[in-house]
Design a protein around this ligand. Structure first.
Ligand SMILES: [Zn+2]
Length: 426
C-alpha cells in the first residue's frame, strides 16, 4: 500500500518537483479542522500536504497521498489557520510602561535595541504571526532591514518582515519633542521636507533596503496638542510618486480627516490609526481601495499605562476607539489587522483581533483581517493568507475555534513558516 502510493505520487510529479521531493519528502497534516480558503468555515476530515515551502494539496484526507518518506502529524482536536499577519508592528520598540518611548529612542544603544528586537521576533513567530509589516524603527536606523535579512537567512527565528526603515516626518512634527529650540534633539524618524527633500529621503530609505515607505501625514506640534496635517498635498504626492518609481507602496500615519484625505488623494496604500476619522472619510478610503489598520490594541495599552484598568468604565480614549471602529465598519472600508505592537508586548498581537471582535466585528471577519485582507494589502494575496494549494506553507495549529472566539488563537500548538516547523508544542 505504501509503495503503490509512493509510485502514484512520483508519477504525478514533474521531474523537477520529484527531485525537490527527494530533498524534502514532505509533511502531511491530518485530523485537524482546516480553515477553508475563503476564511469562512472549518473543513473537517481534510488533509494538508506540504512539499518544500508550499502547500501541495488540501483535500478530503482519502484524496491526499504523501510519499513513504513524508512525515505525518495527527493533529486531531486542533484547528489549522493560515499564518497570521500583523500589518503594523514596531519590533524595535517595547512596552512604554517598561521604558518610555523617549528613553528608548534617546538613551538606549542601537545594539541593545537590536538584540531586543531579535527576541521580539521570536516571540511573535511563536504566537502564530508569520508575517509582519514593520512600520518604522523609531530611531533605530535600519536595524529592521538587518533583522529582516537575518530571519530570511535562517540566522535567527522570526516572522517574514517587510521593513519600512526610518519613516518620514516633517520638521517640528515628531518626537522626542518639548525641548528648547536651541537643542537639536535626535528624532524617532527621518526629518524631510519639500518635494526635493522628500524624494531624496525616499531614495535613501529604498537604497537602505526599505520594502515600504511610512509617512506621518499628521502629528501634534507640541506635547499634548491635537494632531494637524504635516505635509502638503504636493509633498505627499511626491513621496508616493517616488516610492512608486521603485515599485514600493506607502503607508500613512493619519488620524484626522484632512491628513487622511490628502494621503488618499496621493494614493497611499494604507491609513494607520484613523483615530478621529469621520464616516465620510472612511467611505472615501473605501472608494479608493485604501485599507485601514485601526491599531486598537495600542490605544488600549496607552489607556492602561495612563491608569485605566480593563473592566472599569471606558476612559475617553477607549470610547473614541470604539466609536471610530463602528464608523469604519459602517463605511465598509477594508480593515486589516495592524496592532502597533511594540507599544505593547511582542507576542500579544492577537489582542488586536480580540478588540476588533469586542468592538463589533465577527470573529471570522477579524481572522480575515489578519489573513486574507492583510495579505492583499501586502500584495501577497497569491502566497499568503490562505491554506490553499500553491500557497506558502505558513500554517498555525491552535486549540479551539477561532471562528467563534479570537482568543483561541492564543492557544498555539504548532507554527509552520515556509513549510518549516517553527514551533511544536504537541
Ligand atoms: Zn506605529
Amino acid at each position: 500500500m505504501r509503495l503503490s502510493r509512493w509510485v502514484l505520487f512520483v508519477l504525478a510529479l514533474t521531474p523537477s518537483l520529484a527531485w525537490a521531493q527527494d530533498k524534502q519528502s514532505g509533511l502531511l497534516l491530518t485530523g485537524a479542522k482546516v480553515l477553508d480558503p475563503a476564511g469562512q468555515t472549518l473543513l473537517e476530515g481534510y488533509g494538508v500536504l506540504i512539499v518544500g515551502e508550499r502547500i501541495a494539496k488540501v483535500a478530503p484526507a482519502a484524496e491526499v497521498t504523501a510519499s513513504a518518506e513524508a512525515r505525518s502529524f495527527d493533529l486531531s482536536g486542533l484547528t489549522l489557520v493560515p499564518g497570521l499577519i500583523d500589518a503594523h508592528t514596531h519590533l524595535l520598540l517595547y512596552p512604554y510602561d517598561e521604558t518610555s518611548w523617549n528613553d528608548q529612542v534617546l538613551k538606549e544603544s542601537l545594539e541593545l535595541r537590536t538584540v531586543r528586537a531579535v527576541a521580539a521576533a521570536k516571540a511573535t513567530l511563536e504566537a502564530g504571526f508569520t508575517t509582519l509589516r514593520d512600520l518604522g524603527t523609531e530611531g533605530a536606523g535600519y536595524a529592521d532591514v538587518a533583522l529582516r535579512d537575518a530571519i530570511a537567512m535562517g540566522i535567527v527565528p522570526g516572522p517574514r518582515v517587510l521593513a519600512s526603515t526610518r519613516a518620514l516626518v516633517a520638521t517640528g512634527c515628531y518626537g522626542p519633542m518639548g525641548f528648547d529650540p536651541r537643542w537639536d534633539v535626535p528624532k524617532g524618524a527621518q526629518v524631510a521636507d519639500g518635494v526635493d527633500g522628500l524624494r531624496k529621503a525616499v531614495r535613501q530609505q529604498i537604497a537602505a533596503g526599505a520594502d515600504w515607505i511610512k509617512v506621518y501625514a499628521d502629528y501634534r506640534r507640541k506635547p499634548g496638542a491635537p494632531s494637524t496635517p504635516t505635509y502638503s498635498q504636493e509633498e505627499l504626492n511626491a513621496i508616493v510618486d517616488e516610492a512608486r518609481s521603485a515599485d514600493l507602496p506607502v503607508a500613512a500615519h493619519a488620524t484626522i480627516d484632512e491628513a487622511i484625505r490628502r494621503s488618499v488623494l496621493a494614493a497611499v496604500t494604507t491609513i494607520e490609526h484613523g483615530s478621529n476619522a469621520s464616516e465620510e472619510i472612511f467611505t472615501l478610503m473605501r472608494e479608493h481601495e485604501v485599507v485601514l489598520c485601526p491599531t486598537l490594541a495600542a490605544g488600549e495599552a496607552i489607556a492602561r499605562y495612563a491608569g485605566w484598568e480593563p473592566g472599569t468604565p471606558d476612559p475617553p480614549r477607549i470610547k473614541r476607539s470604539k466609536e471610530m471602529f463602528a464608523r469604519a465598519l459602517e463605511s465598509g472600508v477594508a480593515i486589516a489587522c495592524g496592532s502597533d505592537v511594540g507599544v505593547f508586548a511582542h507576542g500579544d498581537n492577537v489582542r488586536e483581533l480580540e478588540l476588533m471582535v469586542a468592538y463589533g466585528m465577527s470573529p471570522g471577519q477579524a481572522l480575515q483581517a489578519a489573513t486574507i485582507t492583510a495579505a492583499r494589502l501586502l500584495n501577497k494575496q497569491d502566497d499568503l493568507g490562505r491554506i490553499a494549494e500553491g500557497y506558502l506553507a505558513d500554517i498555525v495549529a491552535v486549540r479551539g475555534n477561532p471562528l467563534e472566539d479570537p482568543s483561541s488563537l492564543r492557544n498555539v500548538v504548532i507554527v509552520l513558516k515556509d513549510g518549516r516547523i517553527a514551533l511544536d508544542r504537541r
